[in-house]
Design a protein around this ligand. Structure first.
Ligand SMILES: [Zn+2]
Length: 1123
């Protein structure tokens, strides 16, 4: 920015400050009283005129309709939440701000990236490895190779077929066959993972068949691994959805298989890259072992060289400590895939011959030229030694003489004859190998758990004997993104594919969470009214869980399969709306109402359409809107509702008249209406609570709302009786509030800078596009892969957008409409947390083929280290990233489930996203977020289609510039945390306030409700209050899941009100006190998914957290019936 302009803005800022001081010092609270002081008014108007002359672009008071007797202006600056001074707060900092850390031990995955050349050297038969050899003398009579063959079938709940079609045509048979084949011989084993399919099958079975299945699980022949509803994606998923889908599977298994059910292992062979969040969730659910497959082939090779494919996967905040409580013991498969050719050993040509489904005349063959042959007396010696040779080579990659061999593929064991072909031929081999002692190999059917138990036994012996071999088990931390399965084929496309449904997933997440919480609270008051609603919740949970599947939220299923997920999510959203409305009705005391008295604003009417606004008829009678907050802290936020008149006044829950702003109704892509209006006002809603606001109809001339002013550039005239409109004369536009000023270019309608009294940071927004590679058949972008041709170019037709600006008392907004994109930025003028960020909305309807559009933030931040940037993992933790040119553009994109940031010594620039998208930082000071993509070709990973079913989407983002006077320390570890402001912003974006429009005034109800007696401490969040199935009408049971996070204390707490946080008691939070308004009769600390009771360290009602943690408590409330 030019110096003269900066001076002008500074002058304007001082002038506005003077006005505010003048207003306040004279005690004027409203416009009416100002009128009686004409001298002051005159001088103010003089100042305002001067201001207008100085700069059109500086924020001005909007035009105001007359008669404002008692209007409540946004609160004057209240005392803000402050962190204690650093020198007195060691204890505070330790528990809230920094995680314990010490000397580094073990390995961070990011460090391996420094050492690996990523040059894809041809390793021979094991293409991505090396020619493996072994020393026969390693295997002895005393210490033979012990092989566990684990049969499995990978069942995608939707991909090429819908969930139901797969079940009906394939999975039902598979489950039938498993029961039969295992019952025939108790030596046989099988593992099963997807509870969603088991649920379908279970509903069709007679009791004796169910008993057979239960018996197989309980006698250890059939292991249910993970027991999640699905094998969830780990890149795009929010951690709370990961917990939900696991919870649903665990509760199902406990209810149907055994009340003592407890999975020991987790099975993750297909998710495209893996996250430590999942390992942590498994750990908290009591599952100690994990087997996983899809990790970058170069990382596998690196670990295999060091025999480190089995490790304790440790959470980043526990690295460098002796604390192993977050560890999950993990087995990583070394080879390319989980199919039989890639699991027996390094040579797929040989392994394929031991897939007995691939025997002529079966159509399935081996692509390496030699098919499987049935084992008979003539070939058994050669076959057995060929196979054992592969096993021994395979075994050299691990630290023990125990070997895990999985036997299966997608939808295997579909026919009885196929199942028998595998089991019978292997049993012949087993018999031969086990009886030929000189092979020094013991081979058997096994479950994952049997394998891990054997490894643990050997590991403990190594520890006891002080063997150096134990080194191979040292902990590893970090994540396994971005996955590449071959060459430079990075699976970074699916971070963005089908963003419409990724957004819908988050919408369902927030709806389901609120429905669970308010249902749980309402059921305490009124069990009879809640009948039927629990079933709605269950359907919604299961549909939401289904979409967490690694071909669901990833956007990698066939179009019609994706639409099936969409229909399920739509049904679930409607269910949740119903539950939220009915529960709120009960909690607000509308006892007499028979029917639902609310309409929920911004609801979806079809699975592929954006949420729709309700236009409230305010022209004929007073209307009421109830706002619902599902977070554990009070929220002050600006909301908008759509009305059809402007002669209005807005009143809060205590009858106070509050400031409101009228703007023309704005619909994407760029529609302004003069017959409908967006009414903005700031609301306050208690923790887990609801507040009722009244929209009062006023006679003409008695309105009490301010009207925004409109400005246009390169736009047809907008005729309005309500608004004044003007062209924009200046080439730069600024919006300002108490914290920041945001500057935009008129010609592009995009942000150029954010500044305050402390900082001046350039943030230039650009829209660019990568052209998907489609030239070479083998290197195409598709649903999974992102393979661009070269670097990004300016997105087409980004010149001369139509520009619209509105300025108001409460919110100012600038929108630019380009050919395929509308970009809006807003700044809120209240004193609240949301006023500390600039809000973006990107409407995009991508119809141009083979383009992948990004929003790039070019900032003046000098990214720390070697182009470090930070992205979140599942909304739970933050992972430091570094740009590596050796990975190409596609290998430098990462998942951004909620947040990404860059920082230098004083400034951090963060971008929050409401939905999961891909993100990269290819240059210092830049962040780029992929918005949508339209690769028309298949990328050869089995989907056999491109992704061209794009929908119009609106991506919501918040941009924070945070400045630390003391400096953001260069931590020598990779640990980084969002600030408290950032955490609160993220929670509010992920859990929007629900707007319940009352159909007609229902009398005798309360205007305010809060489910909590106290707000939670700052660093505690309610992940969920999940209702447990209703058993006894005198009791209401729910699972309270709490998450304690760590935040960066070097960044300011701007905008956080003093009373935001509850008691920061070092001893923990007393749950009884939190719920003292409710009839809480029992609290039990349990494992995450409630399968185990935990022994309380302290009184069971105290939730105490040493560091980052997620804990579950079973709460039992007495219902009104019990009284
Ligand atoms: Zn799969």
């Amino acid at each position: 920015m030019k110096y003269a302009k900066r001076v002008a803005i500074l002058a304007a800022f001082i002038t506005i400050s003077l006005i505010i001081i003048l207003y306040n010092s004279l005690g004027f609270k409203d416009y009416e009283s100002l009128k009686d002081h004409s001298d002051v008014e005159e001088s103010i108007s003089q100042i305002e005129m001067r201001l207008a002359n100085i700069r059109e672009s500086v924020h001005k008071s909007a035009s105001v309709l007359p008669n404002f007797p008692e209007i409540k202006r946004p609160d004057k600056p209240k005392e803000e939440f402050k962190l204690p001074a650093p020198d007195q707060t060691d204890k505070f900092l330790e528990t809230h701000c920094v995680s314990p850390r010490g000397e580094l031990s073990g390995t961070r995955i990011s460090e391996t990236y420094e050492e690996i050349a990523f040059n894809d050297i041809d390793g021979g038969v094991w293409k991505q490895g090396w020619p493996v050899t072994y020393d026969e003398s390693e295997y002895t009579d005393k210490d033979p190779l012990e092989v566990f063959i684990v049969p499995h079938s990978h069942n995608d709940p939707g991909w090429i077929k819908t969930f139901w079609d797969y079940y009906n045509s394939q999975t039902r048979n598979i489950l039938d066959n498993i029961v039969d084949i295992l019952t025939e011989n108790e030596q046989r084993r099988f593992i099963w993972a997807e509870i969603s399919y088991l649920d379908l099958w279970w509903k069709e079975q007679k009791e004796d068949r169910k008993n057979k299945f239960r018996k197989l699980v309980l006698n250890g022949q059939l292991e249910i691994s993970t027991a999640g509803w699905v094998m969830n994606d780990e890149a795009n998923t929010h951690y709370s959805s990961m917990i939900d889908q696991l919870f649903e599977g665990h509760q199902w298994t406990r209810d149907n298989i055994s009340p003592n059910f407890m999975p020991k292992t987790s099975w993750c062979i297909d998710p495209f890259g893996t996250s430590p969040t999942m390992a942590y969730i498994l750990n908290r659910a009591g599952i100690p072992y994990l087997a996983m497959q899809r990790v970058h082939y170069e990382v596998k090779k690196y670990l295999a060289r060091q025999k480190r494919l089995e490790f304790s996967w440790r959470q980043s905040w526990a690295v460098g400590t002796q604390d192993s409580s977050t560890d999950t013991f993990t087995h990583l498969f070394p080879f390319y895939s989980y199919d039989i050719p890639h699991t027996c050993g390094p040579d797929p040509k040989i392994c394929c011959q031991f897939d007995f489904k691939r025997m002529a005349p079966d159509r399935l063959t081996c692509p390496w030229g030699i098919n499987a042959r049935a084992i008979d007396n003539n070939n058994i010696q050669e076959r057995a030694s060929t196979l054992v040779d592969q096993y021994k080579k395979h075994s050299t990659l691990y630290g023990t003489n125990k070997l895990l061999i999985i036997l299966g593929d997608d939808f295997r064991y579909q026919t009885y004859s196929e199942a028998h072909a595998q089991f019978d031929n292997y049993e012949r081999l087993f018999q031969f190998i086990n009886s030929n002692k000189d092979m020094h190999t013991k081979i058997q059917w096994g479950t994952l758990n049997e394998y891990f138990q054997a490894v643990m036994k050997e590991k403990n012996q190594l520890i006891e004997s002080g063997s150096p071999k134990i080194e191979s088990f040292q902990p590893i931390s970090g994540d396994f993104f971005t996955y590449a399965d071959r060459r430079n084929h990075y699976w970074s496309g699916y971070y963005t594919s089908r963003p419409f449904y990724k957004e819908m997933d988050r919408d369902l997440r927030s709806h389901l969470r609120a429905a669970e919480i308010f249902y749980s609270l309402a059921r305490i008051q009124d069990t009879t009214r809640m009948e039927g609603m629990y079933d709605m919740l269950v359907t919604s949970r299961q549909n939401a869980a289904l979409f967490q599947h690694h071909d669901g939220v990833t956007g990698t299923a066939k179009t019609f399969v994706n639409n099936d997920y969409g229909e399920r999510m739509l049904t679930s959203l409607k269910n949740c709306e119903n539950v939220i409305s009915q529960s709120t009705q009960i909690l607000m005391g509308h006892h007499s109402a028979e029917n639902i008295i609310f309409d929920i604003d911004e609801h979806r009417v079809k699975q592929d359409g954006l949420p729709q606004r309700i236009t409230i008829d305010t022209g004929s009678e007073d209307r009421y809107v109830v706002f619902v907050n599902s977070l554990g802290h009070e929220r002050r936020e600006l909301v908008s509702i759509r009305v059809n008149s402007v002669q209005l006044a807005v009143f809060g829950p205590s009858g106070e008249n509050i400031l409101a702003q009228i703007s023309p109704a704005f619909d994407f892509p760029f529609q302004l209406r003069d017959d409908a209006f967006d009414l903005y006002f700031e609301i306050t809603v208690p923790p887990l609570g609801a507040s009722q606001y009244k929209i009062e109809r006023r006679e003409k001339g008695k309105s009490q709302v301010t009207v925004s002013k409109l400005y246009f550039h390169n736009h047809a005239e907008f005729k309005s009786n309500t608004f004044t409109t003007e062209p924009i004369s200046d080439s730069e536009i600024s919006f300002e509030n108490s914290y920041i000023t945001a500057t935009f270019t008129r010609n592009q309608a995009t942000l150029t800078a954010v500044h305050s009294s402390e900082f001046n940071t350039k943030v230039i927004i650009e829209f660019l596009t990568y052209i998907s590679n489609f030239n070479s058949r083998d290197d195409r972008s598709g649903a999974y892969l992102f393979i661009p041709i070269g670097s990004a170019k300016i997105f087409r037709d980004m010149n001369s957008p139509n520009v619209f600006v509105q300025r108001g008392e409460l919110i100012s907004k600038i929108c630019g409409r380009f050919l395929y994109l509308t970009h809006c930025s807003s700044l809120i003028h209240t004193k609240s947390i949301e006023a500390t960020s600039v809000q973006f909305e990107n409407y995009i309807n991508l119809i141009v083929d083979n383009e992948e559009v990004v929003m790039r933030l070019k900032t003046s931040v000098k990214s720390k280290g070697e182009n470090y940037f930070y992205t979140d993992l599942n909304g739970l933790t933050v992972q430091r990233r570094k740009y590596h040119s050796k990975l190409g553009i596609q290998g430098n994109f990462y998942p951004m489930p909620t947040l990404a940031y860059i920082e230098d010594i004083n400034t951090r620039v963060s971008i929050h996203s409401k939905q999961s998208l891909g993100v990269g930082s290819l240059e210092n000071g830049c962040i780029e977020v992929m918005l949508d993509r339209r690769p028309i070709y298949d990328d050869s990973r089995g989907l056999e289609q491109g992704v061209t079913d794009n929908k119009a989407i609106v991506g919501k983002f918040r941009l924070h510039v945070e400045y630390s006077q003391q400096g953001i320390k260069e931590a020598n570890s990779e640990l980084s945390f969002p600030s408290l402001v950032s955490q609160i912003t993220r929670e509010s974006l992920q859990n929007p306030i629900f707007k319940l429009v009352m159909k007609a005034k229902a009398l005798g109800a309360d205007s305010k409700y809060s489910g909590l007696s106290l707000p939670l401490p700052c660093d505690l969040q309610i992940v969920n209050i999940r209702a447990l199935s209703p058993q006894d009408p005198t009791k209401s049971e729910s699972a309270l899941i709490l998450h304690k996070f760590i935040y960066n204390c070097e960044l300011p707490t701007t905008g956080i009100p003093f009373n935001h946080c509850g008691n920061q008691d070092a001893d923990g939070v007393d749950i009884t006190k939190l719920f003292s308004k409710q009839r809480l009769v029992e609290i039990t600390h349990t494992s995450l998914t409630m399968l185990q009771e935990m022994k309380p360290k302290v009184k069971s009602s105290i939730a105490n957290f040493d560091s980052i943690d997620i804990k579950s408590y079973k709460l039992t409330f007495a219902t009104n019936i019990s009284q």
